[in-house]
Design a protein around this ligand. Structure first.
Ligand code: GLU
Length: 257
């Protein structure tokens, strides 16, 4: 039985791209470096990584498929192997192995798919292989879709019995007002019954290639924390963000019971 500690780290499209929507290699490298450091401390990370749609766009540019949902399928299925190529080669540089685990929401309902997924995660983790999860965007349309990868990350955290879920975004956490205003304060800790939704700004409600804005992050963070998995919303572009959270530094916003 694998005795290592486990956490789930979710990285959103907005963390790994610049404003021209190009994938930022140094960010992926920094994530992997932190995962490798934790590995040395016997902490296994499951990485939930978005980026397939944006990577597909980077490769294909404009395509003639008109329907938005079909376009997303094309971009994601072209981009997913590109993302895995990035990760494969960076993990390889650290002497580590990684694996791709794609899922749809249906796979988490009780039944054989859920059992298979548990077996897969447990076996990968016991071999010291870092699972990299994403939504199976090629087939995941409407009914079987997660609200966003934050939801997928929360379900994975529960499935593998993670002690923490770290949601990396492009903001330092939840603020009491507009993050750039001087009179706004970052909340270091939120109890799940606190009404913090009132702080969400119009501009944080979700936009761009990735789905899910701050409102949905709060909902997921509270729901996950209610299952005794401390959940953090933090800035994925901040140096050593994962290591600092694991060291107990007041980084990001922690949601807890
Ligand atoms: N699965 C999508 C991707 O890889 C992202 C979904 C989300 O942003 O939450 O691009």
């Amino acid at each position: 039985m694998d005795k290592k500690r486990r956490i789930v780290v979710k990285v959103g499209t907005n963390v790994m791209t610049n404003k021209d929507n190009r994938i930022l290699g140094p960010i992926l490298k920094s994530l992997v470096r932190q995962i490798a450091t934790l590995y040395e401390e016997d902490i296994m990370v499951v990485l939930v990584s978005s980026g397939s749609a944006i990577a597909g766009k980077e490769i294909l540019g404009q395509i003639s498929v008109e329907d938005a949902s079909k376009r997303r399928q094309v971009y994601s299925s072209v981009g997913q192997p590109r993302m895995m190529r990035h990760y494969y080669s960076i993990f390889h540089d650290y002497g580590m192995r990684c694996a791709q685990v794609l899922a749809t929401k249906r796979d988490f309902s009780p039944g054989i798919h859920r059992e298979n997924m548990i077996n897969c995660y447990e076996s990968l983790l016991s071999e010291g292989i870092i699972p990299i999860a994403n939504e199976d965007d090629a087939v995941s349309v409407t009914m079987s879709m997660f609200s966003d990868n934050d939801e997928l990350a929360s379900l994975v955290a529960e499935l593998i019995g993670a002690e923490k879920l770290i949601i990396l975004s492009d903001t330092d956490g939840l603020y009491t007002g507009h993050p750039e205003h001087d009179d706004s304060e970052k909340l270091n800790k939120v109890q799940i019954d606190e009404n913090v939704e009132k702080y969400v700004q119009q501009s944080e409600k979700g936009e761009g290639e990735g789905r899910g804005g701050m409102e949905s992050k709060i909902k997921i963070a509270k729901g996950t924390a209610a299952k005794n998995i401390d959940t953090y919303i933090a800035n994925g572009k901040r140096e050593d963000v994962i290591l600092d959270i694991m060291a107990g530094k007041p980084v990001g916003t922690k949601f807890t019971t």
